[in-house]
Design a protein around this ligand. Structure first.
Ligand SMILES: [Cu+2]
Length: 119
């Protein structure tokens, strides 16, 4: 009997440790989601950045996704960020760490413009 209990304990102890680690880990993951890990998306489709003006809090990572069937870019007018040429379904992300207005355009089709307002 005693020997069996030891065997069970040796099996349970690592499980308990794993569960404690999981429990300890989850609050920090949640805290990150609420503090600095804000995300926002711009969809490129039919030669349009949507939404054309995106307003986000400081610290937000904005991801542009090219949903069009031709290549586009997302390039800051003031040189703050610059994507490579995005083929269909390719993405580009930039994290805005300072408040301000960030106009951008597509270098292949300069009439395509948008802006990100960070506040
Ligand atoms: Cu374009």
């Amino acid at each position: 009997m005693k020997r069996k209990n030891v065997w069970v304990a040796s099996l349970i102890a690592p499980l308990m440790i794993a569960m404690l680690l999981l429990l300890a880990g989850s609050p920090s993951v949640r805290a990150n989601d609420h503090s600095s890990a804000a995300i926002a998306a711009v969809k490129i489709d039919n030669f349009v950045f949507g939404p054309q003006t995106l307003t986000v809090p400081v610290g937000t990572t904005v991801t542009w996704t090219n949903s069009d069937d031709i290549p586009h870019t997302s390039v800051s007018t003031e040189g703050v960020f610059k994507s490579k040429v995005l083929d269909t379904d390719e993405k580009f992300s930039y994290t805005f760490t300072k408040a301000g207005t960030y106009p951008y355009y597509c270098t292949i089709h300069p009439k395509m413009t948008g802006k990100v307002v960070v506040q």
